[in-house]
Design a binder for this molecule. Structure first.
Ligand code: ZN
Length: 159
């Protein structure tokens, strides 16, 4: 079966930084996603997989804009340490909500004196990414999966 809209696709991938070659995410457990623009996968990655079938293996290179976007320096913030719960650590993450009610995840970049430096960019923003992706299963999605907008099953969404 070929990957098309409303198929449930199981993939395994390794993710590398295209510029440094550094592995950002090693081969992990397979994931099953619902294909067809449901926002479950980076659109350009879905595009590259469209029409492929089980057994396909390919390298997909994405520019920062096609992956997690360019870095936005306006998302860098300094906040007094007193505003944080105890135990805030460099590399840790915390969630905030912006003026539009959007959820932003901040990463703690550094703590210097009484100031905590936060970065609201996605950790992969500004990076060109290389996916080494392998398709291990393709099947028709169930009506329930299509209604929910995600795949169910062993490697899919659990309720
Ligand atoms: Zn569901």
């Amino acid at each position: 079966m070929q990957i098309a809209k409303d198929t449930a696709v199981t993939i395994q991938f390794t993710l590398k930084d295209s510029d440094t070659g550094k592995v950002l995410e090693g081969a992990q457990d397979p994931i099953t996603y619902l294909h067809g623009g449901y926002g479950n996968l980076i659109p350009k990655l879905e595009e590259a997989l469209e029409g492929q079938a089980t057994g396909y293996r390919g390298i997909v290179k994405l520019t920062p804009a096609d992956a997690f976007g360019e870095r936005d320096e306006s998302l860098l913030h300094n906040i007094p340490k007193s505003q944080f719960p105890p135990g805030v650590k460099v590399g840790g993450q915390l969630e905030a909500t912006d003026d539009q009610g959007q959820r932003i995840v901040f990463t703690v970049l550094k703590i210097k004196g009484d100031t905590v430096y936060l970065d609201g960019n996605h950790p992969l923003a500004g990076k060109a990414l290389t996916f080494d992706v392998k398709v291990t299963d393709v099947r028709a999605a169930s009506p329930e999966e299509i209604q929910h907008g995600h795949a169910h099953g062993a490697h899919g969404h659990h309720h």
